[in-house]
Design a protein around this ligand. Structure first.
Ligand code: NAG
Length: 643
């Protein structure tokens, strides 16, 4: 995220009513479109825990909380009137990483059922036929004189106590930690997500005893059936965009509020019992169950490639690591990269192999820091942080491309060694994006490549905020994105941000996709991203260009192997405009298929109205000349066979 910027093109009022015909002559020549051009930017904002990461239990390991406080009990409640729960610092921690436990005290003489419930991340989906896989650790800190045994019951239930699925887990009164696993499969689907996970026990069997629990975990089926994996429906929505890359782990969430609170890869690997979690940069605790390995495995499963960031010695409290202290972070970055691509003879590659992936992952791009042109970050990045990291990392990994951060299109600070790749971020209003369609056209072709690593229409032209993307902003983004197609000789990647938002835990709006525990709401900007990504082609075809202030922008690309030509037409005006394409190919199909996203000004897809705007397919008459009447506020692609 970014909190200020130097706009390259100053926003001026765009013509909103216009009616004209735009003749476009398409050439057979152009330049290659990089496979990475359209992809995803992700950090744990609104949605890593409780979002992408499929874990259903909130505050599962009591990470980074203060024992004895009510805050430490977030998402947990006691079940049964005569039991007591609290978070304690365990006298025998399950691991160094997880010092705390949930303590259940059962008063002597209690009968009935006692235990506790968890709300999940603002709800728990109950889906018929899903096999839920759970596990937890327990121990009896003060062993009774006579060994006690019995069974715990685990279930999913409504808030009023109707049990949908359950199973039992036997226990004995061991003083040492024991890990147990279980599974259950509900036979009916609940439309409501106001459900609870419950763990309970017959009070008579443990009367007068205390039991500690930790790392209480429950997973639904995950994408590609990965253990400790990623949510299926969100993965599918993203897969439907065919994204080329995935930028992670931030964003601000890389940086920490202080250097000590930075995202550190080594605290996110190995079994989750060995991950301490950290206070993320968006106001909540990250479990780091979604660690570097889980990201990389999912990126591979999704057929994306990573754009992975390394911490660059600057944190959000404005503190830069002193020049003399940089070596620790340089070593950490080298180790992080070795975790991804190092041979299994490196210590880090060996951890990767032990986690299940001996082969190196794909890695071509490494980003050094995040938004290092902002405020206090600038001076130290320019004077030593960039150079120290770049020189050390490129000596160690000469095959990798290192990306400097971060400025807007017209503002690339001079730093040394000169970066070959820059990440630029921009958040603005619709007029900015409409007028910015040519921002990259005027930049020098001097070998410097650009990553528009974050961008979005975040306000209306009036400055009013947006809870969700609206069609006016999404179409403006589409006009801007024709500039990515056209300038893909110097723009190698671009990603909207932020990606995801849990409807009940929002730190920033708008977002590309909003979700509840059991539904996915695709925004108008999602459909624009999808349109550009699915129809990016492999070659940009030069065509007649427009002016920045014009209401209509377009681009032509082709998919060489498929002998298809993609003509994108973006009409930012509220009235229809006509575009007439003249194609240079010898053989062109007489009919084409198209997709159009259009809606009345102000339209948003919201949880209450998730399908207010969605793309529609159509067919049209094709040939050497194609006349297309683009509706007001529309993004279209016309697809023809041509060679
Ligand atoms: C439009 O066509 C595409 C490509 O054939 C298809 O995947 C998509 O489902 C269609 N959409 C609608 C709304 O029919």
């Amino acid at each position: 995220m970014i909190f200020n910027y130097l706009p390259f093109a100053l926003a001026t009022a765009a013509a909103s009513v216009y009616a004209a015909t735009f003749p476009v002559t398409v050439s057979t020549t152009g330049h290659a479109v990089p496979s990475t051009l359209y992809g995803l930017m992700f950090e744990d904002i609104n949605s890593g825990d409780g979002g992408l990461y499929a874990e259903l239990i909130m505050n599962r390991g009591f990470q980074q909380v203060t024992p004895g406080t009510s805050a430490a009990l977030q998402a947990w409640a006691a079940l049964g009137s005569t039991s007591h729960i609290s978070v304690v610092k365990s006298s025998t921690a399950v691991s160094t990483a997880l010092p705390n436990a949930l303590s259940l005290t059962v008063t002597s003489g209690t009968t009935g059922t006692v235990g506790f419930t968890n709300t999940g991340f603002f709800g728990i989906p109950v889906t018929a036929g899903w096999k839920y896989s759970g596990s937890f650790y327990y121990r009896f800190p003060t062993s009774p004189a006579t060994q006690v045994s019995g069974s715990f019951t685990v279930d999913l239930r409504s808030t009023t106590g109707t049990v949908f699925t359950s199973t039992t887990v036997p226990f004995t009164s061991s003083a040492g930690w024991k890990k147990v696993t279980f599974s259950f499969t509900p036979s009916s689907t609940q439309t409501s997500v106001s459900n609870l996970f419950a763990l309970s026990v017959n009070a008579a069997t443990v009367s007068g005893l205390t039991i500690e629990f930790t790392l209480i975990s429950l997973f639904p089926p995950t994408f590609n059936n990965r253990a400790n994996g990623i949510r299926m429906d969100l993965s599918q929505a993203l897969l439907d965009m065919k994204p080329g890359f995935f930028r992670f782990p931030g964003g601000n969430n890389l940086e920490g509020q202080t250097p000590a609170q930075r995202w550190a890869w080594e605290l996110t690997v190995n079994d989750v019992v060995n991950r301490p979690g950290r206070l993320g940069d968006w106001g909540y605790i990250n479990t780091d169950g979604l660690g570097i390995y889980e990201y990389l495995q999912w990126i591979e499963d999704m057929e994306m490639e990573p754009i992975m960031a390394v911490y660059a010695g600057y944190s959000l409290n404005g503190q830069s690591v002193a020049s003399a202290d940089m070596q620790q972070y340089i070593t950490e970055a080298i180790n992080q990269i070795n975790f991804v691509i190092g041979s299994t003879s490196t210590a880090q590659g060996a951890i990767r192999a032990a986690m299940g992936h001996p082969a190196p992952f794909t890695l071509n791009y490494v980003e050094i820091g995040n938004e290092d042109f902002l405020s206090q970050a600038t001076a130290s990045y320019a004077s030593y942080r960039w150079a120290d990291l770049y020189n050390a990392l490129s000596a160690e990994f000469p095959q990798l491309n290192f990306i400097a951060t971060s400025a807007t299109s017209g503002f690339v600070p001079a730093i040394s060694p000169a970066p070959k790749f820059w990440d630029l971020h921009i958040y603005s209003n619709p007029n900015f994006f409409i007028n910015g369609a040519f921002n990259f056209d005027i930049l020098a072709r001097n070998g410097l490549q650009f990553f528009q690593g974050e961008y979005a229409t975040t306000t209306q032209n009036s400055g009013a905020s947006l809870p969700y993307p609206f069609i006016d902003g999404s179409i403006a983004e589409a006009a801007y994105m024709t500039g990515f197609d056209r300038n893909s000789d110097i723009v190698f990647a671009a990603s909207y941000a932020p990606l995801l938002n849990h409807v009940s835990s929002t730190q920033w709006t708008p977002n590309l996709i909003t979700h509840t525990p059991n539904s996915v709401i695709k925004s108008t900007s999602y459909y624009v991203q999808q349109l550009f990504s699915l129809y990016k082609g492999d070659t940009y075809l030069t065509s007649t260009t427009n002016t920045a202030s014009s209401p209509v922008q377009w681009s032509a690309t082709k998919n060489t192997a498929g002998q298809q030509v993609f003509l994108k037409v973006i009409n930012t005006a509220t009235t229809a405009n006509t575009v007439v394409f003249t194609l240079p190919f010898g053989t062109i199909s007489t009919a084409g298929t198209g997709t159009v996203l259009t809606a009345a000004s102000g339209t948003m897809n919201t949880p209450a109205s998730p399908n207010a705007a969605a793309p529609k397919n159509f067919t049209f008459t094709a040939g050497k000349t194609i006349t297309y009447n683009a509706p007001g506020l529309s993004a279209s692609v016309l697809i023809v066979s041509a060679h």
